[in-house]
Design a protein around this ligand. Structure first.
Ligand code: UN1
Length: 501
């Protein structure tokens, strides 16, 4: 699918892609997608203002009715899955299967949110006082700012937006400046759903296009009650304290450095397939990508040669062609980051067993295709402890289970983790309090490709936030504890006596 066809299929106004200063290029071949207008500080201010205004109306709309808007948005996504998925691929370079998968993830969260719109439950609590009733209610919180990254340009926004909208919160979205076109397309689809819905307040959802300054404005504006930010740990270190300073809420979804332990009893057939998808899918540019492989010494010599063979057969190329599983890196910086990490790995006595080179030069000077790298490391050295957003998989040996878990946990990040084992005791120990310290821990599944139904996020430098399923919705609402006295007396809690007359 060509850009023009995608724009036409989505019925997107071509004027949105012209006349601005933000050049957006496809990583596939470096071709220009558009020159987008960037929002000025005044425009950002006005959009936040309209969102704050919209909040006053939207919070009064019954939650199941708010769910109806998200249901209609899900319908728009279903009808436009092919084209929007292709636009995702065109703009961020992930394989077309994954581009469609990303839109499916949006549809899934919409379905989840629609159901949730009738289940924003609070507790009733036994009061210690006679004739008293205690309960908690969940109320809409306020404007939700969403800062998203290039690698999941639309799905992560939708995790936030679908929940925020049913929870009663308007959204202001700052997409990555590398992938703003997919954001404009999503906004257009949501506006179409709003038109069918009838009566959604103006400013309920908006996109702000621009760089760092736009993000900072969202973070610092007192009218924005919650900012959900996805990106690097470096970004989170700035955003987190700024939000804390004004007592705003944050959901941080930052770096990952995800490992797989391959135990002696592992089904190696399954492990190889899981390793490939997790390590080279999305060209290693998921926060959940597999970056560390911790292999028991008894299976090392069976597993690693199979991986080497598999790595030599990975189909790299234009991600719009279904045969190719690995597309380009997002840009030159990503390529240089990868080369730098490989050089450091060599300095730290690593041995590149496969890949690690720039390929397909015919795609042009601005298209950075690489062969995914498999690197044997003597230990978990500094470079291994660092997240490099590129397809590098470091392989290490272990001897004893506790040592493997200790290595798995001994990194600053805590997003996702997994073990391949058929030993029930090992699996359960891995999932126990003394096992993996990550927000996500899988058995016989790779670390990436989580379903929306679970809470998504991680510990330590990953930032501690949770998005998407389970009870993540609570972060988008404020909890109110209410105690009602229906007796004729006024007993005080804790049995305190305070008799004035
Ligand atoms: C991300 O890389 O920021 O679990 C999100 C996964 C996807 C989401 C990744 N469902 O790999």
């Amino acid at each position: 699918m060509k850009l023009q066809d995608i724009i036409a299929a989505l019925d997107l106004d071509p004027a949105l892609l012209e006349g601005g200063t933000l050049e957006v290029r496809s990583p596939i071949d470096g071709a220009l997608i558009g020159r987008l207008r960037e929002d000025t500080a005044d425009e950002v201010d006005a959009k936040i203002g309209r969102a704050a205004e919209a909040f006053r109306a939207w919070r009064d709309v019954p939650a199941p009715r708010r769910g109806e808007l998200v249901r209609l948005f899900g319908e728009e996504l279903r009808a436009n899955k092919q084209a929007l998925g292709a636009l995702v691929t065109l703009e961020c370079g992930k394989s077309i299967q994954e581009g469609w998968g990303e839109v499916q993830e949006m549809i899934d969260i919409c379905d989840f949110a629609v159901g949730l719109s009738r289940q924003l439950y609070g507790l009733t609590i036994a009061s210690e006082r006679a004739g008293h009733r205690m309960s908690e209610s969940w109320h809409p919180l306020g404007v939700c700012g969403i800062i998203s990254a290039f690698n999941f340009p639309v799905a992560v926004w939708s995790w936030n937006a679908a929940l925020a909208l049913v929870c009663g919160d308007p959204c202001v979205w700052k997409p990555s400046e590398k992938t703003p076109v997919t954001a404009l397309a999503c906004q257009a689809l949501l506006e179409r759903a709003m038109a069918r819905f009838g009566g959604a307040p103006e400013g309920l959802s908006s996109v702000v296009v621009g760089g760092r300054a736009v993000g900072e404005q969202l973070v610092d504006d007192r009218r924005v009650a919650l900012v959900s930010a996805t990106g690097s740990t470096r970004m989170g270190r700035e955003v987190g304290p700024r939000l804390a300073r004004r007592f705003a809420r944050s959901i941080l979804e930052l770096g990952g450095n995800n490992a797989m332990i391959v135990a002696p009893s592992a089904d190696l057939e399954l492990a190889v397939r899981a390793i490939l998808f997790a390590a080279v899918g999305t060209a290693g540019q998921r926060c959940t990508s597999l970056r560390r492989l911790i292999v028991h010494e008894s299976v090392y010599d069976r597993l690693v040669p199979r991986l080497q063979a598999a790595y030599s057969q990975i189909r790299i190329g234009d991600p719009l062609e279904q045969a190719n599983l690995v597309g380009p890196l997002i840009d030159r910086d990503a390529f240089q980051g990868m080369m730098h990490a490989l050089a450091r790995a060599r300095e730290e006595r690593g041995r590149v067993l496969a890949g690690g080179e720039r390929v397909l030069p015919e795609k042009g000077p601005d298209a950075y295709y690489v062969s995914p790298a498999l690197v044997e490391m003597p230990a978990q050295t500094e470079v291994v402890r660092h997240e490099t957003f590129a397809p590098i998989l470091y392989v290490m040996r272990y001897r004893d289970f506790d040592e493997a878990v200790q290595v798995q946990n001994d990194v600053p990040q805590g997003l996702s983790s997994c073990i391949f084992t058929t030993d029930l005791r090992e699996a359960e120990r891995f999932l126990s309090a003394a096992g993996s310290d990550c927000g996500i821990a899988n058995v016989n599944i790779g670390p990436s490709g989580a379903e929306i139904g679970g809470a998504f996020g991680g510990e330590k430098e990953t930032g501690g936030g949770r998005e998407s399923g389970s009870d993540s919705w609570k972060a988008y609402m404020r909890r109110q504890t209410a105690t009602v006295n229906y007796s004729n007396a006024l007993p005080l809690a804790q049995g305190i006596k305070f008799e004035t007359i």
